[in-house]
Every structure is written in C-alpha cells, then in structure tokens.
Design a protein around this ligand. Structure first.
Ligand code: ADP
Length: 626
C-alpha cells in the first residue's frame, strides 16, 4: 500500500498537509529527519504512516504518560496495532506487552525514555527488528530548552547499543535555533532532512488584556463562552486554588491541576477535563504537555508566563482541531516580578558550572523581557510572535487584539529626547524605575539614597506622571531606541538608534488604545467575531445545526459506552463534514474527512442511520454558501 492509501484507509484523510509528505518520503528512503512544526500541524501522522509502511516496529519515545495513552487509543481506533510501555503498567503487564511485541503484535510502541535503560527492554530491542526510532517532543533533549529532561540523554546510549541503527525521526514544536542545533547534535542525527513549517496558527486569535480585576474578567469570559472547553493557566499553585474556589462557588464545571495535588487527583481531574465532564481547567504549567484534547476553544493566561516559548506552547493547546480559538494573556506588571523571583529560585536540572549558570540566568532574563514586550507592544501580536521565532510575519493579521483595536497616535519625540539624555547622564547605572522617578522629579527614599536630584535631568519631565514616562520608555525599548543590559538587573542603556532621535530628528510615536465607552466596546467585540474566521459549524444552516447536534449526541453516547474521549471517536470537523456531504451509504461516508475504514466498520452505520432518519434518505443542503 502506498502512503496516500494508508492516509485514507487508517486516518480517513485524502490529502497531506504542508510538510507531511516530505518528511514521510525522506524517512521511507532511510534518512533521519527532524520535523519542526507547530502544535496541531499534524506531526504524528509523519511518523505513524512510515511506521505502517516500514517492515519492523517503530519505537516512539515520548515524555508523558498521558500522551501515550491518548495516542495509542487513537491509533487503536484507527485500526493500527499499537501499545505503550511506561510506569503506569505493572511489571507483569510490561512483560506481557513486550512478549506480544516480540511476536509481531504491534507496529508502534510508545515508550518512556527511562524504560530504555532497563535490562528487559534492551533484551527485547536487541531481538526485534526496529525499523525506526521516533523522538517526540524532541526539544526535551536540549538543555537550552525549557523542558529539558535528563532521561532524554539516554536515547543516544540506547541507539548505540542496538545491533542495527534504525532510521531516526525527531519532532518538536520548539523552533529556536539553539534547540534545533542541540537536537541534531545531541541525538546524533545523521545528515538529517530538517523541515520547519510555518509557525503561524491561523485559527488562533491572540490578545493581551490588562483588566483591573482578573477574576471578574475570567468570570465574564466564561459566562460569554458557556459550554465551551478552555484552559486557564496561573503561575502559582496558590492562584490556581484561589481561582478554582471562586469559579466553583459560581457554579462553573471546573477542575484543576498542579504539582501540589496527589497523583490520583491529578489523573482524575485531567480525565474529567479530557472527557468534557469539566470543560474548564485551571492549572499551572505542570498541566498540558501531551494533552491532545482537540476542542479547547480558549487558553487564558491569568499571569504572564516566563517566555514566549512557554506562552506559544501553552496557548497553542487551543484549537488543535483547526477551528477558531482564542488565546488571551492577562498582563499586570506584577507578573514580571513574580516570574523574576521564580527564575532566580528555580531548581536547575542537570549539573552546571558557575559560568553556565550565569549564561542560563541571562537567557532567562532575556526571554522574560521579550514576553514583557509582547504584552506591551501595540503592533500586531501574531507578527511579534512569528518574528520572535525567526519568521517573517505580516504587518497586520487582522486577527489579534492589537489589529482589532483602535489606537490614537501621539508624537512623544520631545519626551524621548529627555529620556535618552537622562539615561546617558546616569551612565547605565539604573533600571527603568529609578530613571523614570528621576525624570519625573520624584522624592522617594530610594531616589534620595541614590542622590538622583544631582543630575541635570532631574525633574525634566515633571509635567508627566511616572507611569506615562514608563509607557514611553517601553515603546522605546520595543523600537530599540533604548535597551537594557542582559543581566538580571536590566539596567537602561542607549543604543545606536538613540542617536537617530537625538541627532537626526527621528520621531517617536506612541500608540495608545482609544478609550471607548463600555457599550461600544462590547459592540465592537461582537462585530469583530463576525468579521474574523468563524467556527466550522457556523457554515451550517438551522437544519444543518440540528443534524450536527444529533450526531454529537450519538458521539457522546458512544464515548460513554467505550469510555473514550469524544474527539477520539470523531472530531467536530468530521461531524460537520458529514452534515455538508450528507452521506447516505458506505462509499459516501468513507469520503468524509476523518472517516477511515476501521472507524467506518465500528461506527459508520450508526452515524449513517441518524443521517438517514433525519433526512428520510433525501439529500438537502445543510450549509450556507460562502
Ligand atoms: P501535532 O502533534 O503536530 O500537534 P497532531 O498530530 O495531533 O498534531 O494532529 C492534529 C490534528 O490534525 C489531528 O486531529 C489530526 O488527525 C489532524 N490531521 C493530521 N494530518 C491531517 C491531514 N493530512 N488532513 C486532515 N487532518 C489531519
């Protein structure tokens, strides 16, 4: 069977997505590959299809148990023999699984990196034909990444001990250059084919909000998005518990996840979320790697995270099904301080010398600054993210909070000149707070202690409030008209571009959100959502939606019967495609996106009979034209 037939037969899709075919072809030719693709792009199929076409077994190294279970369930549903081996199984279960595997029962085996070292597993691996070794979440091997896992280093030793080196495929969503180099180098990839697809997630709407009361904002949001599934990330466990208590008291079907809960409760809560029993999850960043739930409609960050890498990964858990979803970051200046504190006290995984520790601290600080600028910029947020990951974005995406907002522009060149003059005068000895205080002519104890009143610039911007001066400084930092030192002190300094303002008359323009009355704001929000890309189900007319609901009810019933998350049976997209194509027989049903042969055999007729009953066997049009 060729790769396209395999895609159709097992997964029910009739075309590959960007990058998939290239990666598959190279693997089949025996070449190592590294695929760097954003969440939801479809990385799994890039190794699952070769796994089916190659002669022996494929081992997939994956860091999280929850991910394995999900993936294996989905594969079994598609009619592919797969299993997982990790610490959630007992020793005798593991022995049994390995025996079945050695007997050729499985094509794909998911395994935790720690397992590779064990005698039993090594014995098995040496006796079995392993065609490919896939490293999922490959950034975990990089010490520069945020998710470094020392156990990933064991993969290399494992490969070395095999009789025959299998082809190696590695996948990640982390695109930074250091991490990429680390993966290739540490994993020992052999002249790999490296594919980086675009990082843009078009179906995600990005926004940064600064509400006075974050709790109230979240409550309103959940009310407005009733019945939708979402994740709310908080920086600390304490915040998770507090917000959880509040939402519970308001009657929201909410659950929570953080490292302070015991294993049993964490598992239960995660399952309640995945099975849509509690569609709202409040969690620290301990939650999520490997969560494959495809219908997450929003991810709200209650606090600013520590880096854009973290942010994009966490926010990216929204809208994996390709339907529209929202990623909202609630920013407050305090978040920066909390994160700085947490970074300074973080436990280092691995052993580092003093110099390395300093480099790590500098990078952490740099990353923190870059996400702070993300929160402060008035330019297109998508463009900012893409640029950060080394891609050229569009100047305006028309699908982010900033592009949808109305701004008024103010020429602040005069103030900028005074700021640069002041920074020069202070000779890179102070950060934003002291400098802004000095320029405003404030009389705080700390400023007195530094004797800032002795500078000629003292009080040169006394007609402005300190917050306004800081706002201009932030804008200047974003435009590189000022910079801060790379250490944790973040001392202000001037740049080459500062001279353009002082000497060559470069203008500095500050964009401020135009304040609209409450009513108007609500209105524009509604307009906004109708202007931007709608949900897939929005293409259905009233009759179509009714059919969609009936199909959903059937899906829920099957999910209960089989104790399976609903989206593993069929995605919303597949149900919508059924409403559009109105299949009345087997061949037509197999033509629906996401219906493979195995799933047809299991569920096809039940869905067909709902459609038959609803339509009386007469095809009508259940959707609007464009
Ligand atoms: P990733 O691992 O890159 O985050 P997944 O492998 O989980 O993404 O895929 C995301 C979703 O896209 C899944 O629901 C998957 O079935 C779907 N998908 C993958 N490839 C295709 C394709 N060629 N056509 C349609 N849907 C696809």
């Amino acid at each position: 069977m060729n790769k396209l037939d395999t895609l159709k037969k097992y997964f029910g899709y009739s075309a590959f997505r960007e990058g998939q075919e290239n990666l598959i072809d190279h693997i089949l030719q025996g070449r190592d590959v590294l695929g760097i693709m954003p969440t939801g792009a479809g990385k799994s199929i890039c190794y699952q299809i070769p796994a089916l076409l190659l002669p022996g077994i494929t081992l997939v190294i994956s860091p999280l148990i929850s991910l394995m279970k999900d993936q294996v369930q989905a594969l079994n549903q598609a009619g592919i023999h797969a299993a997982y081996i990790n610490s959630s199984l007992s020793e005798s279960q593991i022995s049994k699984a390995l025996k079945l595997a050695a007997g050729g029962q499985y094509k794909i085996i998911y395994v935790a990196p720690e397992r590779l070292e064990t005698y039993e597993f090594m014995q098995f691996a040496r006796q079995t034909e392993i065609s490919m070794l896939t490293v999922d979440e490959a950034h975990c091997i990089s010490q520069w990444g945020q998710d470094f896992r020392p156990s990933y280093l064991k993969i290399v030793q494992f490969i070395d001990r095999l009789e025959r080196r299998p082809v190696i495929s590695a996948f990640t969503a982390t695109a930074t250059e250091n991490v990429k180099e680390d993966i290739v180098c540490v994993l020992g990839l052999n002249a790999p084919y490296v594919l980086v697809t675009g990082f843009d997630r078009k179906n995600l709407y990005f926004a940064v909000e600064t509400p006075a009361r974050k709790d109230n904002y979240i409550m309103d949001y959940i009310r407005e998005h009733n019945a939708e599934s979402g994740i709310i990330y908080c920086t600390t466990r304490k915040n998770v518990d507090k917000l959880y208590g509040r939402l519970l008291a308001e009657g929201v079907a909410v659950t929570r996840y953080h490292a302070g809960l015991d294993g049993g409760e964490r598992r239960q809560n995660q399952e309640d979320f995945i099975y849509d029993k509690c569609p709202v999850m409040i969690a620290t960043n301990a939650f999520g790697m490997g969560i494959d739930k495809s219908n997450v409609r929003y991810v709200i960050h209650y606090n600013m995270p520590q880096s854009l890498e973290n942010y994009y990964q966490e926010a990216g858990r929204a809208g994996r099904d390709g339907e529209r979803a929202e990623c909202i970051l609630l920013y407050s200046a305090q978040d920066v301080m909390i994160n700085r504190f947490l970074l300074e006290h973080k436990e280092q995984k691995g052993e580092y010398g003093q110099e390395e520790l300093e480099t790590i601290a500098e990078r952490d600080e740099e990353r923190l600054q870059m996400i702070q600028y993300y929160c402060l910029t008035t330019d297109c947020l998508r463009e900012y993210i893409l640029r950060y990951f080394g891609e050229k974005g569009m100047a305006q995406c028309d699908n982010c909070g900033n592009c949808m907002r109305e701004y008024e522009e103010m020429d602040v060149t005069e103030a900028a000149v005074k700021i640069i003059t002041g920074v020069k005068e202070m000779r890179q000895r102070y950060g934003i707070n002291v400098t802004a205080g000095m320029l405003a002519g404030e009389n705080r104890a700390k400023l007195r202690e530094y004797r800032v009143d002795e500078y000629a610039s003292f009080g040169s911007l006394s007609d402005m409030r300190e917050t306004e001066i800081k706002e201009i400084m932030h804008q200047m930092l974003i435009e590189n008209l000022l910079a801060v030192t790379d250490d944790r002190y973040a001392l202000l300094r001037t740049t080459d571009a500062s001279e353009e303002v002082l000497e060559y008359g470069r203008r500095v323009i500050l964009k401020r959100v135009k304040k609209a009355p409450q009513q108007e704001r609500k209105q524009s929000r509604r307009e906004k959502s109708s202007r931007t890309k709608a949900r897939t189900s929005d293409i259905l007319n009233a009759r179509g939606l009714e059919l969609f609901e009936q199909l959903r009810t059937l899906r829920t019933a099957i999910a209960r019967e089989e104790n399976m998350p609903p989206y593993i049976i069929f995605s919303d997209k597949t149900l919508v495609d059924m409403c559009v194509k109105v299949p009345l027989g087997k061949a037509e049903m197999l033509d629906v996106s996401g219906v493979g042969e195995n799933k047809y055999a299991r569920y096809g007729e039940r869905f067909l009979s709902v459609i038959m009953e609803y339509t009386g066997g007469i095809r009508e049009k259940f959707y609007f034209d464009e």
